[in-house]
Design a protein around this ligand. Structure first.
Ligand code: FES
Length: 124
C-alpha cells in the first residue's frame, strides 16, 4: 500500500466520532470555477473548486427545495443555488439572511486527488 493509499483509507476518532477519508478522484475532474456532485454510500456530496484552486465540499442538495448545489455559481467562498439564488457560505454552510444551512465537509488535495472527510453519522 502506498503512503497515499494509506492516507485515503485512514480512519480516526476524536473520542465521539470516527471519521473516514474518501478519495473522490482527481482534482481535474472539477473544472476551475465549477462544482461536481458525487455519491458516497448514498450520501450526496458537492465538491467546488474556485478559480483560485481552493476546494470546498458540502452536501449536494439545497435545503430550500432540493436544488442541485453543484450546478450553482461558485466564488468568494460561496455558492449560489441555481434554483432560487440563495447564497451559502462554503466554509460554515450558513445561508445569508435565512434560517437554514448546508452541511460542509473537510476536503483537501492529496497528490492531485480530492480527499473528503466524512463522519459515519452522515453515512447511510
Ligand atoms: S432550491 Fe436552492 S434556493 Fe431554492
Amino acid at each position: 500500500m502506498t503512503p497515499f493509499e494509506e492516507r485515503v483509507e485512514r480512519r480516526w476518532s476524536d473520542g465521539k466520532t470516527t471519521w473516514r477519508s474518501v478519495d473522490l478522484g482527481t482534482v481535474d475532474s472539477v473544472p476551475l470555477g465549477e462544482g461536481r456532485a458525487y455519491t458516497v454510500n448514498n450520501l450526496g456530496i458537492a465538491v467546488f473548486r474556485q478559480r483560485d484552486g481552493q476546494l470546498f465540499a458540502t452536501e449536494s442538495t439545497c435545503p430550500h427545495r432540493n436544488g442541485p448545489l453543484a450546478d450553482g455559481l461558485v466564488g468568494d467562498g460561496k455558492v449560489i443555488c441555481p434554483l432560487h439564488a440563495q447564497k451559502f457560505d462554503l466554509t460554515t454552510g450558513h445561508c445569508a439572511g435565512e434560517d437554514m444551512a448546508i452541511r460542509t465537509y473537510p476536503v483537501r488535495e492529496v497528490h492531485g486527488h480530492i480527499v473528503v472527510e466524512i463522519g459515519p453519522q452522515t453515512l447511510a
